[in-house]
Design a protein. Structure first.
Length: 124
């Protein structure tokens, strides 16, 4: 399935070029979606994405890419086969390539993700 086949607002365009101030809080505060993902900038061959989430994402994996999650505010649950990792504000976690996972947020949560620019957010 493509990213558009899921009920998430996923924006893969790079919102900020190099040498511009990125105001993540302003973007998060203006968000009206339950599950929103915006690519903020590109750093070398990776991108930094911001998400405002509430609820759960579908189970998926990335065969070629690791994925880093960092909680700005709220609580992020990362379900893995056999366990759940709980992240509070200012905590991060790397899900290695090939690991099936699902992210959940019991209440509105703002996260940053770092991943390869070519990654398909919904998995492969």
């Amino acid at each position: 399935m493509t990213a558009s086949a899921y009920p998430y607002e996923t924006r893969l365009n790079i919102l900020f070029p190099a040498m511009e101030v990125i105001d993540e809080k302003a973007i998060a505060d203006a968000c009206e979606y339950k599950w929103f993902n915006q690519t903020l900038c590109k750093v070398n061959d990776s991108v930094v994405r911001m998400a405002v989430i509430e609820g759960e994402y579908h189970w998926h994996k990335h065969d070629e890419d690791d994925e880093f999650f960092y909680v700005v505010e709220g609580q992020l649950l990362i379900d893995l086969e056999g366990k759940t990792v709980e992240l509070a504000s200012r905590q991060g976690y790397v899900v290695p390539r090939g690991v099936v996972h699902r992210t959940r947020a019991p209440q509105r949560t703002v996260i940053l993700m770092v991943e390869n620019a070519g990654i398909i957010p919904t998995g492969n």
